[in-house]
Ligand binder design. Sequence first.
Ligand SMILES: [Zn+2]
Length: 585
Amino acid sequence: MAQPADLVLRNGVVWTVDEDRPRAEAVASVGEKIVYVGSDAGVDAHVGPGTRVIDLQGRLLVPGFNDNHVHFESTGALLYGLNLLDVSDERAFASRVRDVHRRYSPGTWIIGGDWSAYEAWGEGEVAEAGREVNPDDLYGSFFLPNRGMIDGFTADRPVLVRRFDRKVYLANGAALDAAGIRKGVPDPEGIAVERDADGEPTGALFNPVAGAVESTVLVQDRVWALYRDIVPPRSRGQRIQETLETWKKMREVGVTSYADITSAPVQVDIYREMREKGQMTARVRYRPPLDKWQSMANLGIQIGFGDEWIRFGAVKAWIDGIMGNSSARFYEPYTHNPSSRGIWRDIMFPFERSPLNPEDMQSRLERLALQADAANIQLTVHAIGDEANGYLMDMLERIIAKNGPKDRRFRLVHAQVMTDRDIERGGEMNIVAEMQPFHTSDDMRWMEERIGRERSRGAYAFRRIWDSGAVLSFGSDSPGTNASRYYLNPMLGLYAAVTRKTLAGQPEGGWFPQEKITIEQAIQAYTLNTAYAAFEEEIKGSITVGKLADYVVVSDNLLTINPDRIKDVRVLTTVVGGKVVHEAD
Ligand SMILES: [Zn+2]
């Protein structure tokens, strides 16, 4: 008899994402590793007296989902803290704030919220960006709360929440006091304080807004500038609560690995502490900003550094804006705003002579990217608009020319709207397209109105990117955009990639249906391909002997059900490193 397994799952449909053995009935693991993948009859040899055996009752088992892009801190802050995205009335507003007030330790500020986001964006139909806003009203006539709705129960706890677009904040009495905003005192510089007939502040604080409501011109966030130094940093205890809450969510939706994109460095130490306490239930790849490459290199950190639980080796940069507020960078102006092509982020400047070749002009991004790449640190760069993606393809060609060809797995983050030629070039250079397919379901509602039909053809071009030879990797971008929060659930991403429909099932047949991929491809993008994207395909991403025993049992057979139902599939059991970490009731 073989060495007895700690855990056996049998009598299932095992979709391994391993092309040498795509299907099986049973798996066995010893400790963290898979020791057997095969038939029910064959797994018997691994069952000993101490083996836990789970009968899958014919259900589907797939590799644990590996999310390529998680804003971990903001996900945790929203899961544990305040979420007002769908709130546009007094009752819901007060009750959400009250829930968080009960949960938070005394004195902790309640911040964020993003009220009225769904009022602006609507949820569902194609090409419908929520309700109409009056173009002459720069602030839009959305729901406006006042301190009277929450002062009664928040007492000494400061509350400073904002509308989704940051044009308006609401401060309760304690938060107004903290900034010295009161009757008889002039408004702080640049902020319009709403006051009642007696001159008492109502709590609403208005930021200056320039330009039309729908334009790219953004809000100057004077309110946050005023409060930034007043609001104490989140305590470690609070961060730990948020971390545990996020991992709980990950277990429930079957995410066993993820990339943490933007968390503060203290988060790394929290990972360490939680891991030592045995509370870590998802594996992380932590990605600092590109300008940290030198510190990493100085410490000897490069691709591969770390272990199965906490790994480093990649850096992140951003070069343009986002679709949500039409700041993504395009070759041609926006269809709905002919005066704008979107923006470049600060890292594109200064644009100066290259130190090595004075004939070349080089962005700061490119200078840093060349150095980081030479230090064997993996580059990942956010690009949404077609010009942003095109610039990165140009830059990657120059990096390859200067630093030489190697296995660098350049990650084009979002790869959202690409020209035909750039899709081809991405394939030729074997890039990883780090995409978050659920954005499709969200953005298709206003995409054509903003960039027109022809450019939209290159939006989320899953099929052509896959066929180009690039590696398509999936994740969530949790907590999503202002248009929608979706917290990590891989089923939404699989659904979007396979159907190209909104959650409401529109349009029939899917949006640019030629870019649909199969469910098998979508699962691979969310598992093995994300492992590859992180140089970890040898240890995870498929259900293969010798790899980590990270897998999930789902409620329905994703491979055979009507794709419209994928979004409703639930995760029943999550196994990480051979341990069952989640079982649905
Ligand atoms: Zn993101």
